[in-house]
Design a protein around this ligand. Structure first.
Ligand code: SAH
Length: 397
């Protein structure tokens, strides 16, 4: 029995009916039935008609996370099982792949599971419970995952700040089965990588770039490549495999670069004349420009510059700076492969930033390919915020 209701203000029903999964406090007229944080509640329109069902949390600006628009759906074990099954069914091609054994199984709201991330790394699952809605049901979710996927173990990486916006403390550690080793070996498009699932970024590896790494490999044969924001060398391994002449890897983290070198060795590229530079990308690109050092291909895969809408303006300045510098370093006819993973910077805006950079660099720049996040990171039509990664491949004359 659901005994609490959130009643929407008149005129605020449309996005909810259109299945956007968040209700902000400003859309709510009244709350009835005194729900506790984490309780299942019904959402009614101003005429007291059922619109949706979700989980209530007064600690969050997102007052309700919607789970279903079907009044017959109870939020019970069966419900979570149906949702997890559907997410897994959507990854069937990856689950049976001989080339790849690391990918995202559950992509939060886009899979109808708000705040839940499940990444598979070989026989291990790495999970993030980022909202109270899924935190409250963690035991049943873990039970179902073990039942459906029979992993060797499940490790949690909910050590992220967004948990605090939900009134939850960041946590990390083993949650079920065997404890995974510090470094897990994975296979991605037949390349092997060591992934630091306990200390690495996100759940350890940038799984969302898998398809892009493959797609851009055609630009690498015989080329001099600048791999900026190299992290653990994923683009570098693809580049070496495609026959790149020399790869200059730049990252501010010495530790990540050591992992990048290790990953190169593991794939049989230990005796190449590549460069590993622990430096700030902005500074080193300026130094390369001053020294007139040019590249055939420049890859720019920076961390998220905008964490919210308020940071968009500052972020666009950052994107413009690195892309301007990147364009200047490219030999005529060379290629710029550039990404933004800031959700609040749209593909349109990112394109405008590249336009500004091209004008200031005085270069003739053509978009030759548009890139996005991999198919295991789906974009839900009713939740456009799930689209965050965009990339452009540009020919720079
Ligand atoms: N391309 C990588 C992912 C990049 S993640 C992949 O495919 O796996 C972003 C990386 O940028 C991180 O490794 C971080 O250490 C690095 N970084 C962040 N700011 C930087 C800066 N100003 N200069 C150099 N590296 C930076």
């Amino acid at each position: 029995m659901i005994t609490a209701q959130v009643i929407l203000k008149p005129g605020r029903e449309k996005p909810v009916k259109n299945r956007h999964p968040w209700i902000f406090s400003g859309a709510i007229k009244r709350v009835e039935g005194d729900p506790a944080n984490g309780d299942v509640i019904d959402v009614w329109n101003s005429r007291a008609r059922f619109v949706a069902r979700g989980i209530y949390n007064e600690n969050s600006q997102i007052r309700v996370r919607l789970l279903t628009w079907n009044p017959n759906d109870l939020i019970d074990g069966d419900f979570w099982r149906r949702r997890l099954r559907r997410a897994i069914a959507g990854r069937q091609a990856l689950l049976t792949s001989q080339q790849t054994d690391a990918f995202r199984l559950v992509h939060s709201e886009a899979d109808g599971l708000p705040g839940l991330i499940v990444d598979q790394y070989g026989p291990w699952l790495i999970v993030q419970f980022l909202s109270l809605a899924v935190e409250r049901h963690r035991n049943i979710i873990i039970d179902i995952l073990t039942d459906l996927l029979a992993p060797m173990g499940i490790y949690e990486r909910s050590d992220v700040d967004v948990r605090e916006q939900e009134g939850l403390v960041p946590v990390a550690g083993p949650v079920w089965g065997e404890i995974p080793p510090d470094l897990i070996e994975i296979l991605e498009n037949a390349h092997t990588f060591l992934v630091d699932i306990k200390m690495g970024h996100k759940t350890g590896f940038y799984l969302d770039q898998r398809e892009n790494r493959q797609k851009v490999s055609k630009y690498f044969p015989d080329k001099e490549i600048l791999n900026a924001f190299a992290y653990t060398g994923a683009f570098a391994v693809y580049a070496a495999h495609a026959g790149a002449r020399r790869i200059t890897n730049v990252d501010s983290s010495e530790r990540m670069l050591q992992m990048a070198e290790r990953n190169m060795r593991r794939n049989g590229f230990g005796d190449r004349e590549d460069v590993y530079a622990a430096a700030d990308v902005f500074e080193i690109m300026r130094a390369y420009e001053n020294n007139k050092w040019k590249f055939d291909v420049v890859i720019l895969d920076p961390p998220k510059f905008a964490h919210s809408k308020r940071q968009v303006e500052k972020a666009t300045r950052g994107y413009k700076d690195i892309n301007l510098l990147g364009m200047k370093l490219i030999k005529p006819g060379g290629v710029l492969i550039t990404f933004s993973c800031s959700g609040s910077v749209s593909a349109d805006l990112f394109q405008k930033v590249l336009f500004g950079a091209a004008v200031d660099a005085g270069r003739h720049v053509q978009i030759i390919e548009r890139l996005s996040q991999g198919a295991d990171h789906p974009v839900l039509l009713t939740y456009p915020e799930s689209e965050y990664l965009k990339g452009f491949v540009c020919r720079v004359w």
